[in-house]
Design a protein around this ligand. Sequence first.
Ligand code: PLP
Length: 395
Amino acid sequence: MAAPEFKIPRPHLGEPYLLTPGPLTTSYAVKQAMLRDWGSWDDDFRGMTRELRARLLDLLGAGKEAFDCVPIQGSGTFSVEAMLGSFIPRNGKVLVLANGAYGKRTAQTLEYLGRAHVVLDKGDYLPPRGAEVAKILADDPAITHVVAIHCETSSGILNPVEEISEVTYAAGRKLLIDSMSAFGAIELKVADIRYEALVSSANKCIEGVPGFGFIIARITELEAAKGNSHSLSLDVHAQWAHMNKTEQWRFTPPTHVVAAFLVALRAHEAEGGVAGRGARYTRNRDVMVAGMRDLGFEALLKDRWLSPIIVTFFCPSDDNFAFDRFYELMKDKGFIIYPGKLTVVDSFRVGCIGQMDEHVMRQVVAAAKEALAEMGVANAAPPARALEERAILAA
Ligand SMILES: Cc1ncc(COP(=O)(O)O)c(C=O)c1O
């Protein structure tokens, strides 16, 4: 059966598409929702907060009644810090599964918070696997929590959170998931995978604008979190208890961002929820990766690990290729791409999320082809060193 066609209007003011993993290209309707002002204390806005929390919980599917949703002002990192500080008791110990910048940031946050932790660092992109997590947990009975990054946005790898969840709970420990760049496009149904809490933010796969993040946590964990937090403003228990009592945020809420997010949430539902959104992003990725491969580019990850969120490509070895020039040429053609974060070889990233469809992705590939021609790059193949690096990634 042919994939459904999406016709998504171009950015209204003619600005470039953001092929970045949030902030991302949002719909005009989402931006338009920010044109009116809301009283944060008023009943109408309280109703909006109520709807936002209920709609986010709906994405967990059957069993959602055991969970609640707590929005927190600030960027995604604020919510990650809130989750870690609130759910990990001061005498807890964390195993951080790191394979990129966001895993490392979690470890750094725990350092600030003074929570004991060990890091399984897999380097730039190798996935943490169930068996090695099980071994670390068996060898260190003091570990109480495991923190996993769902899509490690720095490489685009989709980490095997189901496998990690199984071994974590088989060892009697608890799992917290940073699903910042994946939630809303990749299922985290509580009937299928066990975890205590997840964190994401407004400007990722739900396609809102930046301004707040949210934690979705098991109610028993929210109750038990009282008194754990090191921080007044990032205390998830306090925000939750206050919101349940008053339907208000404890401190000034990003009212316009909330209004925009509700429009984004309704559009997410209309597109078919997590499955529909994930299908569009997957198609975006497949069309873009196939086109880039036709031009000679090579992706960092084997298909098994490619997320539908963002894809890392190696920079071509051709001497005429310079990333900064490529970036400018792509921007002139209407597309903002993202520099790479690999430490061993040069790379760049192309996001698949936001208000765009496969037609846009074909234009992205056409723009890359033109940019290569303008730079005088005859072949987009990467250096041999990059392919050796990739060969390390087990199937
Ligand atoms: C997996 C992951 N965790 C945490 C963050 C941090 O979010 P923010 O940059 O909004 O603070 C990001 C941002 O892209 C992310 O992708």
